[in-house]
Design a protein around this ligand. Structure first.
Ligand code: PEP
Ligand code: MG
Length: 582
């Protein structure tokens, strides 16, 4: 049994058999076979080895001819290794003595050696280690035959283990067949992590290197509440997790009973809990969880899996689908395109930028591409007569940018007016506050916007200069950092001064340890992944606003994120001992 610790990004506990995507997604169909079939398994092994050796020799010839003998020699070495009697004997023994299937025995053996070489931490040996993984792939391919796209063709539920998954790969996972996933890379607020929450798949990211310690078919536990992944658990651990899984399920069920109750403190302070969505269908998740509307519709996901940009009518239809589901009165905040950084869905969309997060993304991209921007604004305005639609601009860094966005919106309104197309002339206009410059200028911004939405995912990243998707700086990337809290406080105060609404729509709003603090800072609107709504509502319904104010005052006095978080964790546990706090 091996225990790995990473960053929990989507709650829930799952136990299942692993598929390791690093092995080019080759799925090991079974780990163990009957003792009686050991000889047949060894025969299969030899056939696959012969075929893989033939491939390596063919590669050797082709590469030697194309680029020179010294490169062909790499494949000659692969062939020699696959014929190495000691290595083959080791694999045979696992089959004969431990009843491993040929696939599992190959994977275990190659990974054991690859890991030993990699641990020497010298470039020459890590190259050899990659060669062993290459050989593993090649032999496995011959053993299992063609399997198609490993993520799409799942036939039975698995736990996906990968170095990293892109947001679009994650969005395409079928929750029916994916119990959970765990990745070596990734950070708390990456869009991959957000997608896991959307699909309600338990997930842990940022585990660091561990794929060499695991083979496809191994049993794995993913604890998305605590950020723990356990490879090949022993019986006692397995039992313990089965109990935890049941407890988590029954806690979630009890929270379901709050669905139709308001998010109101014991002394009557009312908060609005809204849902973040990426696809129109998720409006149903918001309704199922009793949300007060959609606080953030990430419309850039309309671009996912599309070879061409969605046109005005595609966009209008998507917005209408959301409005039909949410109804005519609850607010639906449609955010204009926030493309760029880790949300580029087509390779050709990428500009050659050294720092895409600091580059041409989001509203900057729209202001440079007015046709794209205006098409979307037309679609939003046309939909605005059918519900409580609000429009929101992302990544606004300066007052000038906000003014430019509003000017383009005014142009589009004029066009619609001329075309006699109906729209809500008083559509509320909001700006996200997710860049420190915007937070610092919040008082001025508040005079020119009808509402604010604090995007803590980016605000944390830009305040602490720590990439939200990078596991190496995950300890810096912290919502509880006093610098972040001071900016949030500033924005809430600025909104209050101009009497405009303010919401938090980053992942922080769905993290139970920050609920009391945010309420105490004066926030009355939170927008989050819908599955987090019931737990946050439970916390709100368990406190007095006086208490929350005191907690916020105390939390603002600490000097480090660690002290802030420890204090808030303690306070949250005191109020709701079952809360999932990390
Ligand atoms: C944010 O940055 O907090 C946010 C809500 O937007 P996104 O996660 O889409 O960047
Ligand atoms: Mg953002």
């Amino acid at each position: 049994m091996e225990i790995k610790r990473g960053i929990p990004v989507s709650p829930g506990v799952a136990i299942g058999s692993a598929i390791v995507i690093e092995t080019e997604g080759i799925r090991i169909p079974r780990r163990f076979v009957d003792k009686a079939t050991a000889n047949a398994e060894i025969e299969r092994l030899h056939t696959a080895l012969r075929e893989a050796v033939a491939d390596a020799r063919a590669n050797q010839d082709a590469i030697s001819e194309k680029v020179g003998k010294q490169y062909g020699a790499i494949f000659a070495a692969h062939a020699m290794l696959m014929e190495d009697p000691e290595l083959v004997r080791e694999i045979e023994l696992l089959i004969a003595q431990k009843n491993h299937s040929a696939e599992y025995a190959v994977s275990r053996t190659m990974r054991r050696h690859a890991k030993a070489l990699a641990s020497l931490n010298q470039p020459i040996f890590s190259q050899r280690s990659s060669d062993l993984i290459d050989i593993e792939k090649s032999v496995l391919r011959h053993l299992v035959g063609h399997q198609g796209d490993p993520l799409q063709d799942l036939q039975e539920p698995v736990v996906i283990l990968a170095h990293d998954l892109t947001p679009s790969e994650t969005a395409n996972l079928n929750p029916k067949f994916v119990y959970a996933f765990a990745t070596e890379a990734g950070g708390k607020a990456s869009h991959t992590a957000i997608m896991a929450g959307v699909l309600e798949i338990p997930a842990v990211v940022g585990l660091g290197r561990f794929l060499m310690d695991v083979s496809g078919g191994d049993e794995v536990i993913v604890d998305g509440n605590r950020g723990v992944v356990i490879l090949n658990p022993d019986e006692e651990t397995r039992e313990r997790y089965l109990v935890l899984q049941r407890q988590f399920g029954s806690f979630a069920k009890r929270l379901d009973e709050l669905r139709d109750l308001p998010a109101e403190t014991k002394d009557g302070a009312r908060a609005a809990l809204m849902g973040n969505i990426e696809f129109p269908l998720e409006s149903n998740h918001c309704n199922d969880r009793g949300s007060d509307g959609v606080g953030l519709y990430r419309t850039e996901f309309l671009y996912l899996n599309k070879t061409e940009d969605p046109n005005e009518s595609d966009q209008y239809e998507a917005y209408m689908a959301v409005l039909r589901s949410i109804g005519p009165t609850k607010p639906v905040v449609i955010r204009t395109l926030d493309l760029g950084a880790d949300k580029l869905f087509r390779a050709e969309q990428a500009l050659d930028e050294k720092n895409p997060c600091l580059g041409m993304r989001s509203v900057r991209l729209c202001l440079r591409n007015l046709a794209l921007f205006k098409t979307q604004l037309r679609a939003i305005l046309r939909a605005s007569v059918h519900g409580n639609v609000r429009i929101m601009f992302p990544m606004v860094s300066t007052l000038m940018e906000l003014r430019q966005c509003k000017m383009i919106l005014a142009d589009v309104k004029e066009e619609l007016e001329e075309e006699r197309i109906d729209f809500n002339r008083k559509i509320p206009i909001g700006t996200m506050i997710e860049v420190p410059s915007a937070a610092l200028m919040a008082e001025e911004m508040a005079k020119e916007a009808n509402f604010f939405s604090i995007g803590t995912n980016d605000l944390i990243q830009y305040t602490l200069a720590a990439d939200r998707t990078n596991e190496h700086v995950a300890s810096l990337y912290n919502a509880g950092d006093p610098a972040v809290l001071r900016l949030i406080d500033l924005v809430i105060r600025a909104a209050a001064k101009s009497n405009i609404e303010v919401c938090v729509c980053g992942e922080m709003s769905g993290d139970p340890i920050y609920t009391i603090l945010l309420l105490g800072l004066g926030l009355r609107q939170l927008s989050m992944t819908p599955q987090n709504i019931p737990e946050i509502k439970k916390i709100i319904r368990s406190i007095n606003i006086e208490e929350a104010n005191l907690v916020a005052q105390e939390a603002m006095r600490f000097e480090t994120a660690r002290d802030v978080n420890n204090y808030l964790r303690e306070q949250t546990r005191r109020i709701l001992p079952e809360a999932v706090v990390n």
